[in-house]
Design a protein around this ligand. Structure first.
Ligand code: DGL
Length: 283
């Protein structure tokens, strides 16, 4: 058995890398749905259908667990698939399979609280002490998942989301650093204008943005803490596997990279993030 890692494109590689470092013996299959990327501007129903097709492909490839290394798919499709598709699919397949997202570990990291925690509702107005800036795709921003879930748990943390719709297409198309820095600076300034100051902390709420994390760090005031999804997702997966021995992650240490798009070497931006050549096979 293997662990499947799914994203619309190359962004999920940032999560994959952290998972592999944490579980070096496990077998991994990565699937990039590059034929349909970006997901961020698509209607919700399409995101659900595409995410289901991606999970199915990974389960067919032997995955026992699929990690949705994509905020947009996690925010819009995960609950739907877990409730309406997975129970029947498990029966058809005849073995335990599950899908995990990356929003839960990110919210745990942002609040410092376990997912089960619910804030005590107070009648009086809570003074918002800290401002968390979340940079994400249009789909994730529109879902308001970070605002809603953080407010349930921590009422002294105000969340402001900033959609960055140009970034995923630019990263997939190997845009230059100068062009990317200009776009990121524009989004950081737009967020600053809306808040009235810079955020106290930031979440790179789209896995593609990890590939250009240095550019975000340079656009934010020096020392702004940035919550990194790959690390929190790796922590969470490790704990999940300890609690659920029925999901077999494999022991062969194999790595397979599949794409629904153009197979072959990934672009320069991705390979410099990856630290070497990276070739995707046809899914
Ligand atoms: N990496 C995906 C995410 O985390 C990008 C989605 C897209 O294709 O727009 O949201």
């Amino acid at each position: 058995m293997t662990i499947g890692v799914f994203d619309s494109g190359v962004g999920g590689l940032s999560v994959h890398r952290a998972l592999v470092q944490r579980l070096p013996q496990a077998d991994f299959v990565y699937l990039a749905d590059q034929a349909n990327a970006p997901y961020g501007g698509r209607p919700g129903e399409e995101i659900v259908d595409l995410t289901r097709a991606g999970c199915e492909r990974l389960f067919e490839a032997g995955a026992s667990l699929v990690v949705l290394a994509c905020n947009t798919a996690s925010a819009i499709a995960l609950r739907r698939l877990q409730q309406t598709w997975l129970p029947g699919y498990r029966k058809t397949l005849g073995r335990p399979v599950n899908i995990l997202g990356i929003i839960v570990p990110t919210i745990e990291a942002a609040t410092g609280l376990p997912w089960e925690h619910e804030a005590e509702r107070r009648g009086d107005k809570v003074e918002q002490l800290d401002v968390l800036g979340v940079f994400s795709t249009q789909g994730t921003t529109n879902s308001r998942v970070y605002e809603i879930e953080i407010d349930k748990r921590k009422q002294d943390l105000a969340v402001f989301s900033q959609a960055c719709p140009d970034l995923v297409p630019m990263i997939e198309a190997d845009a230059g650093v100068v062009e990317l820095a200009k776009a990121v600076e524009g989004y950081v300034q737009a967020l600053k204008t809306r808040i009235g100051r810079y955020p106290d902390r930031a979440v790179l709420g789209c896995t593609h943005y990890e590939i250009i994390a240095d550019i975000f760090r340079a656009a934010l005031p020096a020392g702004t803490p940035v919550i990194h999804q790959p690390q929190s997702t790796a922590d969470s997966l490790e704990r999940y596997l300890e609690r659920h021995p029925e999901y077999d992650p494999g022991t062969g240490g194999s790595r397979v990279f599949l794409t629904t798009g153009q197979p072959g070497p990934q672009n320069g931006l991705v390979q410099s993030f990856w630290g070497g050549p990276l070739v995707f096979e046809k899914a």
